[in-house]
Design a protein around this ligand. Structure first.
Ligand SMILES: [Zn+2]
Length: 346
């Protein structure tokens, strides 16, 4: 699904479909992505993590408001969401508000622009992020975000949220996670309601489906989000203070692709998740506090597969939930060792 638009010396990876946040009360039909973890960019024969190489990153606010929200309110809201990511002590990300612009968030012009765009064709899309990537280095050179200003989507910028309206700061916080290069997390529980999925609980701002209108929970990052951004831009002792778990998920002796693996700390209650990423069934979960974790494996079933994977047809969802039979002990700055978990078909 990744569509590439050719430029002379770089390519625009239109991951618009990849970085969509969908409104919960409408159809849950998001697009492709991966875990809390990162996108891979193919550069020559290598896969490079999608990320910015230079800080601070400058971003611009399109100088256009919508009914009930001025451009200045949009700016203050976006600034607050960026500050939330800046405040992660174990991640080195920083962005500067470069002021207003008349440039649009749809232009590949070297400017990272955040603004409103009406997309009435996609009434379930609340916001979207895409990137322009240097073809040689894989680094992000531009990232644009738009929020859907279609009349069917009511927005709020009030401090405490507004009943019946989507919280712009919450959605901006999710989209800015994509801006930095993060994909989706599968840490969420949903239920089917008429017309789509309703979120019951989320363990990550980067879960692909939004909370219902009025909810402001996603203004605050969760441990899974913090692990993801810190793994991508480690700082503040992240590499020495936290550890990781790696392993393999198999079924009938074969690797399982697309299994959701979750590490749960019984002491802190923290959840961090990731996916098996290839046909060998290998997974890595980084950013874990040292100590014991419980490992649980489950099929992806709380959002559409293409929220997480480029090719959903490769993903195996036909297996029962399974646990690792003992604690995995995460050492500071190290790895808990190769963990093997076998699952069985449903
Ligand atoms: Zn998203």
């Amino acid at each position: 699904m990744t569509s590439l638009r050719s430029h002379t010396d770089r390519r625009s990876v239109s991951k618009r479909a990849a970085a969509l946040l969908f409104c919960a009360v409408v159809v849950g039909m998001p697009a492709h992505n991966r875990a809390y973890q990162q996108y891979g960019v193919q550069v020559g024969s290598k896969t490079i993590k999608l990320k910015w190489n230079r800080m601070p990153v400058q971003y611009y606010i399109e100088n256009v408001g919508i009914s009930g929200i001025t451009a200045s309110q949009l700016q203050a809201t976006v600034d607050a969401s960026f500050t939330t990511w800046h405040n992660v002590a174990t991640a080195a990300v920083s962005a500067q508000d470069a002021g207003f612009t008349t440039a649009r968030p749809t232009q590949d012009d070297g400017l990272s622009v955040i603004g409103f765009l009406s997309d009435p064709q996609e009434p379930s899309v609340l916001g979207s992020t895409d990137w322009l990537i240097n073809d040689t280095t894989g680094e992000i050179v531009e990232s644009d975000i738009f929020f859907n200003s279609a009349p069917s989507i009511p927005w709020s910028v009030s401090a405490g949220g507004t009943s019946g309206r989507f919280d712009l700061q919450s959605i901006a916080t999710h989209e800015i996670g994509h801006f930095w290069g993060l994909g989706h997390s599968a840490l969420g529980e949903t239920e089917q309601v008429s017309g789509g999925r309703r979120v019951i609980a989320k363990g990550a701002v980067m879960f692909p489906i939004a909370y219902s209108p009025g909810n402001i929970t996603d203004r605050t990052l969760q441990p899974d989000d913090i692990a993801g951004i810190s793994d991508l831009y480690p700082s503040g002792g992240f590499s020495s203070l936290t550890g990781s778990v790696t392993g393999t998920i198999t079924k009938n002796g074969q690797g399982v692709f697309g299994a959701h693996v979750v590490a749960f700390s019984p002491t802190s209650g923290v959840l961090v998740g990731n996916f098996t990423q290839d046909a060998t069934g290998a997974f890595t979960i980084a950013g874990l506090a040292p100590g014991p974790v419980i490992l649980r494996v489950e099929p992806v079933d709380d959002a559409d597969l293409d929220s997480f994977f480029d090719d959903p047809s490769k993903v195996d969802v036909n297996f029962k939930i399974a646990y690792y039979g003992r604690f995995a002990i995460v050492p500071p700055g190290g790895n808990a060792g190769q963990i093997q978990i076998q699952v069985t078909a449903k």
